[in-house]
Design a protein around this ligand. Structure first.
Ligand code: ARG
Length: 600
């Protein structure tokens, strides 16, 4: 951090405000400078109080304070008068303007640009971890979060709901890491339940080890579909299946061998596909691994609380009091069910990880299920039950490939790659210049799918549209990749400017164009974008940021030129600005689990 702090040392000193992290976000210093002035002018306000009231301004304004929020006895213009009367511009604040009840502040451009670019440089190249850290913070220091996402069912189709969970979950895992949390990521496979009794019955008739090794996920689903059709015609199939599942639950080794093999091969196949999506899990857990004892204890405890009702031999929990209906916890034959496994599973996870927070990324279709099991854990008086959080999301309509309905994750990836490939071929000149079109098509295609998914608030439903999401025009994944590639190419196209000198030797005062300042300010806000996302669990804020930045860059191309700029000092300052912008755009894309491309 040597360079950023040496610049700060030469500026008017500022107090330290609790909760700020200026060595991660230099805009904290400008907010502090504003807060200090306003607090001095308006006793008895403290710097902290004012600081919390410093907001980003509307377009063209850096920061704004809404004076009425402080609830002081004077009128806004009297308050403003006190702030403005003694105002002397300094190296932090250049100007203050009163606009109705608002005070608008403009930061000193030279300080702003200098500090932001230097901090990005420091946190990209001179970090203790060796990897880029700009945008990160230490909010979660010493805390552990368990995040469960994706969680498809073995032998059933991987639907868009699972895709959304995968995409949003991967983002959250990256986000919590960026905020200093210790993250444990889990994939909770639907690898248990009566459907495995069905598969076992079906496997005897339709199974093939060879097919299984080739593509376990596909083969098991084939069997599942066939045996379900059999079960429609012959009620015995279901009886056999239930018997078989009972043997599995009782731990009968001969009933478990095949199942274990199916699970293992499915996980292997999934892991490859997650890899292509740039999504990772610390552990593949699953419903099968949830211990029985905690499920039993849960039922015992609920019985003590008189919340259990017997219904023809099955056990129901009555949550009517909380408007959560009645739910089965144990079937007549004693086998467990989804809800009970979730209860036991949560308890085990707490025993194992002692988490400070646990997040379930699951479709809003399961809102009731999640609230039921959270409620039951609360009734069991686990103090950590309050730390459980359901991150939900809306439905996706109309996802199909050109060949039909999507049932597998690899179909989604293949279709994205192939639609993208066709899209790219439309521009022949560009297409022939691409080194590895297959790879680029896949990466860009995946970016399109992900960005479409994260562009709006989670809870919104949306319609899957290959053409729209894979277009280079409009706010799409391909557009972001393109913006990143374009930034990456400036250095390559101007080799005479490289390597750039050390930050201190670059004259940032030459960055005078309004569009250059806009880029600098925007990339300065990125650490705040990350913090907001942590609070809302919404990837859309990060997506919006990435587009705003891409648009700001694209409007700067014409005026803030590098190629053709004869003043080399100026050209270098501009190249540094673009390189910093590339770093921040790349960081935002990585946070969203994209792999930013250097060329395409
Ligand atoms: N496997 C489930 C499904 O596909 C999703 C699991 C969600 N997580 C949980 N802990 N219940 O519907």
């Amino acid at each position: 951090m040597a360079t950023t702090s040496s610049f700060i040392a030469n500026l008017p000193p500022l107090p330290k405000v609790e909760g700020t992290e200026p060595d991660r976000c230099v805009l904290d210093l400008f907010r502090t400078a504003i807060a200090e002035r306003v607090a001095n002018a308006l006793p008895p306000l403290t710097i902290e109080q004012v600081y919390n009231g410093v907001d980003y301004g509307k377009k063209g304004v850096d920061f704004t304070i809404a004076l009425p929020r402080f609830r002081l006895p004077l009128k806004p213009d009297e308050l403003a008068g006190k702030v403005l009367s003694g105002f002397q511009p300094d190296e932090w604040i250049e100007n203050i303007v009163l606009d109705k009840a608002f005070l608008h502040f403009t930061c000193r451009t030279s300080t702003l640009t200098r500090l932001i670019l230097t901090q990005i440089h420091d946190l990209t190249h001179n970090t203790a971890s060796g990897s880029p850290e700009y945008g990160t913070n230490s909010l979660g220091k010493g805390k552990k979060v368990v995040i469960e996402y994706s969680s498809p069912n073995i032998a059933k189709s991987f639907h868009v709901g699972h895709l959304r969970s995968t995409i949003i979950g991967a983002f959250l895992a990256n986000l919590y890491k960026a905020c200093g949390w210790d993250v444990v990521s889990l994939n909770y496979l639907g690898d248990w339940g009566t459907q495995f009794g069905l598969i076992a019955v079906g496997f005897e008739k339709y199974g093939s080890q060879e097919e299984l090794e080739k593509d376990a996920i596909k083969h098991l689903l084939d069997i599942y579909v066939k045996v379900n059709a059999d079960a429609e015609k012959d009620p015995n199939v279901k009886v056999e299946a239930a018997k078989f599942f009972k043997r599995m639950e009782d731990g009968d080794e001969s009933a478990l061998v095949n199942w274990r093999n199916w699970r293992e091969l499915s996980v292997k196949k999934y892991a490859e596909e997650y890899d292509r999506l740039n999504v990772h899990f610390d552990h593949y857990v699953g419903e099968s691994l949830v211990g029985k004892e905690w499920q039993d204890k849960a039922i015992e405890r609920l019985e003590e609380m008189s919340l259990i009702e017997d219904h023809e031999g099955a056990k129901l929990v009555n949550l009517e009091k909380w408007k959560m209906g009645r739910a089965v916890l144990r079937k007549k034959d004693g086998t467990s069910i989804y809800l009970t496994r979730d209860i036991g599973g949560a308890i085990e996870r707490y025993e194992k990880y002692k988490f400070d927070k646990m997040i379930y990324v699951v479709s809003s279709q399961q809102d009731l299920h999640l609230s039921q099991f959270f409620k039951i854990l609360k009734l069991m008086e686990f103090p950590w039950a309050d730390t459980l959080e359901h991150v939900n999301y809306g439905l996706v309509q109309g996802m199909s490939t050109r060949r039909g309905t999507v049932v597998f994750l690899d179909q989604i990836i293949k279709e994205a790659a192939s639609v993208m490939h066709d899209q790219m071929k439309k521009n022949e000149a560009k297409y022939t210049a691409i080194e590895d079109p297959e790879y680029v098509a896949q990466e860009v295609g995946i970016s399109g799918v992900k960005i479409q998914d994260m562009a709006a608030k989670r809870i919104n439903n949306y319609t899957f549209n290959w053409d729209r999401m894979l277009s280079f025009e409009g706010d799409t994944g391909p557009y972001l990749q393109y913006a990143h590639v374009r930034l990456a190419s400036i250095g390559r196209k101007n080799p005479e400017l490289l390597p750039l000198p050390a930050p201190a030797a670059i004259n940032t005062d030459l960055l005078i164009e309004p569009s250059a300042r806009e880029i600098a300010f925007l990339i300065g806000t990125y650490p705040d974008v990350v913090k907001t996302a942590l609070r809302t669990h919404e990837p859309s804020g990060v997506v919006t940021f990435a587009f705003r930045l891409s648009h700001a860059i694209s409007s700067a191309w014409e005026t803030v030129i590098v190629k053709g700029e004869t003043d080399l000092e100026k050209a270098r300052a501009r190249l540094w600005l673009y390189t910093s912008a590339q770093e921040v755009l790349g960081a935002a894309m990585r946070l969203l689990s994209l792999r930013p491309l250097e060329r395409m």
